[in-house]
Design a protein around this ligand. Structure first.
Ligand code: ADP
Ligand code: MG
Length: 240
């Protein structure tokens, strides 16, 4: 479903991604990990066209992300993205956060958008919070709303960029539980995270990045059992 082929990217003179290649099949849950600054956020953002790249090719469901003429807003509407800092619209209620994209981007009627939004809000356990504003919710609740908002758009895949790293420890599991549920239902996911418990539980693939290179791209069992690179071994020794 997602194919990343020999992608390189520079910020000015600085090469942030070097010849990165990997693939995500339908239903795969790929965990991407690696030291801070290794290019994980940049890589995941190239997938839905939030970051341009200079070399290589990325296709999502057959659509070339980097090609001239690709309708990036249409592509982004099909891929859910959840960020570290939730990125809810602060001036809109939870319900309005859930419906805005459905109405503006997908052209759904307000009633349909409400029904779908509330269905997913219920699913993340926050139906009772629909009239609140983001700043009236905890971080864990805001992140669950962000996930519900992304799901309301009926995405073909979900991208997560360190979705729990801004959360207080007691809120991490409520977000991970939602993500585990999604994974178990077969959602195609790329997840940048250092939550190795999550990786062990539901990932089928692990990618390890360092300094803009993909150093490991293997089955979960292989990554945790016998990582090939010294850097991945060091990394695992430090975070587990
Ligand atoms: P990670 O998510 O693994 O921590 P990032 O993808 O955020 O890494 O960043 C990779 C590298 O690219 C870092 O060295 C970072 O400082 C640099 N970088 C990220 N965004 C920009 C930018 N907009 N301009 C210049 N350098 C950037
Ligand atoms: Mg990052």
């Amino acid at each position: 479903m997602i194919a990343i082929k020999n992608v390189s990217k520079w910020y000015g003179q600085f090469q942030v991604l070097t010849d990165c290649s990997t693939q995500v099949a339908k239903g795969d849950v790929m965990v991407i990990c690696g030291p801070s600054g290794s290019g994980k956020s940049t890589l995941i953002k190239t997938v839905n066209g939030l970051e341009p790249f200079q070399r290589g090719e990325i296709t999502v469901d057959g659509v070339s992300v980097g090609a001239k003429g690709t309708d990036l807003p249409a592509l982004r509407a099909r891929i859910g993205m959840v960020f570290q800092n939730f990125e809810l619209f602060p001036h809109l209620s939870v319900r309005e956060n859930l419906t805005l994209g459905q109405v503006k981007v997908l052209g759904r009627g307000q009633d349909e958008a409400n029904a779908r939004g509330l269905k997913y809000l219920d699913r993340v356990g926050l139906l009772a919070q629909q009239d609140k504003f983001p700043n009236q919710l905890s971080g864990g609740q805001q992140q669950r709303v962000a996930i519900a908002r992304a799901l309301s758009m009926d995405p073909i895949a979900m991208l997560f960029d360190e979705p729990t790293s801004a959360l207080d420890p007691e809120m991490i599991n409520e977000v991970l539980d939602v993500m585990v549920g999604l994974a178990q239902e077969g959602m195609t996911m790329m997840v940048v995270t250092h939550e190795m418990g999550f990786a062990r539980k539901v990932a089928n693939r692990v990618v390890f990045m360092d300094k803009g290179h993909i150093l490991e791209d293997c089955a979960k069992e292989e990554f945790f059992g016998a990582p090939r690179s010294e850097r991945a071994k060091d990394f695992l020794a430090r975070i587990i």
